[in-house]
Design a protein around this ligand. Structure first.
Ligand code: SAM
Ligand code: SF4
Length: 369
């Protein structure tokens, strides 16, 4: 039984070296793994937060994520079906200690059967928190069927409320559609709605306006440092907007007081916005400083890609195929064992500070953010 977190040295060159055994059709090594029913790794972390990507398709082309032409299409037969996704959710929750499930992509709303995915998952794991991360486009037409199916929370990605900047950043003039989606989610009771904004230079000076808009509209806003996960490979550390820079810009309009994390595994550090309230409670803004203040040592994520591989880390290219097991007649216990093996090999951290760091082969939209 692993009881405590161990210190993680993020400076090591970790990628590839850790998993020489990872190969298609070969179960990753369980050597040295203690008896533990959950998704424990070599560094004492236990994954309980499951992200499931359901598609590579998207209605936007955010420059920090997708190429202008979109990602290469995944053949339909390679995508996990709603039934297969629900089976993995059941195994994750019932057998492996998963406590919350978030559907992402690509854009989850691009899956016509998203309500079925959520409905089957809700049946497979009653009472579990089922959420989506979405760009919000089309949410106004779908929210009721999704909530009826069992959706419990929604995170919407919104980087700016300046229409021209939005169009430039996402390569699509769709801000009004996103705002309509946010309104509809609110009206459907998905509150407090969380908004995610990637910090980019083109929108940096829109940040105070975005925060004011979020607070006035009852949303909890979190800014995220841009990570080297864009398909165009244009990320440069010296160009990225750091949490510190963002705080300075927000500080021109707001008084912010450091409030810590909501819980030790929460990626966002919270700041109280003095003089503002949301729903009667003191207003906060979160900052996810994935690059400059990495939280890898407390990471509790496990990911399933749209094609049914386990991805233990956003930055680890080694993936373990579960789709072949699902379709090859494996029982739940065998699938759970492979999933445990995949997570046992999770790398210590993103390794961005290490010499020779190279971004992962798959971009954010292809992994599932
Ligand atoms: N399409 C949905 C959306 O945009 O919310 C879900 C998928 S998207 C890949 C999930 C999250 O990843 C979004 O909040 C997005 O802003 C974030 N993201 C994408 N690329 C990123 C990058 N390079 N660095 C940091 N966050 C990124
Ligand atoms: Fe699409 Fe989301 Fe990537 Fe933007 S961040 S391109 S909305 S998948």
């Amino acid at each position: 039984m692993v009881k405590s977190m161990t210190a993680v040295n993020l400076g090591l060159p970790l990628r590839a070296a850790l998993r020489p055994d990872a190969a298609p059709g070969v179960m990753p090594s369980l050597d040295g793994r203690p008896e533990h029913s959950g998704l424990v790794d070599r560094f004492g972390r236990v994954a309980r937060d499951l992200r499931v990507s359901v598609t590579e398709k998207c209605s936007l082309r955010c420059t920090y994520c997708m190429p202008a032409e979109g990602l290469p299409a995944i053949p339909r037969d390679d995508l996990l079906t709603a039934t297969e996704i629900a089976r993995l959710v059941r195994i994750g929750v019932r057998d492996l200690g998963v406590r919350e499930v978030r559907f992402t992509g690509g854009e989850p709303l691009m899956r016509a059967d998203l309500a079925e995915i959520i409905g089957r998952s809700a049946e497979a794991a009653p009472g579990i928190d089922l959420s989506i991360t979405t760009n919000g486009i089309g949410l106004d037409h779908r929210i009721h069927s999704l909530v009826e199916a069992g959706l419990t929370r929604v995170n919407v990605s919104l980087d700016t409320v300046d229409r021209e900047h939005f169009a430039r950043l996402t390569r699509r003039d769709r801000l009004p559609a996103v705002l309509a989606g946010i309104r509809a989610a609110h009206e459907a009771g998905m509150t407090p709605l969380k908004l995610n904004a990637v910090m980019m230079r083109v929108t940096l000076h829109d940040a105070p306006e975005l925060l004011a808009w979020a607070l006035e509209n009852g949303c909890r806003l979190r800014f995220i440092e841009q990570m080297p996960l864009d398909a165009d490979r244009s990320w440069l550390r010296e160009n990225m907007v750091s949490a510190e820079e963002l705080l300075a810009v927000l500080g021109e309009r707001f008084t912010l007081v450091e409030a810590g994390r909501d819980d030790p595994h929460a990626p966002a550090e919270e700041w109280r916005v003095e003089g503002w309230t949301v729903g009667g409670a003191p207003a906060t803004v979160g900052i996810i400083a994935s690059v400059t203040r990495s939280f890898c040592a407390a990471c509790d994520r496990t990911r399933i890609t749209a094609e049914g591989t386990v991805r233990s880390c956003l930055f680890g290219d080694d993936e373990t195929d579960l789709r072949g097991l699902l379709r090859g007649g494996a029982d739940d216990a065998e699938i759970a064992r492979w999933w445990q093996a995949a997570m046992w090999g999770k790398q210590a951290g993103h390794g961005m500070d290490a010499a020779g760091f190279a971004p992962p082969v798959r971009s954010m939209g292809a992994i599932g953010g």
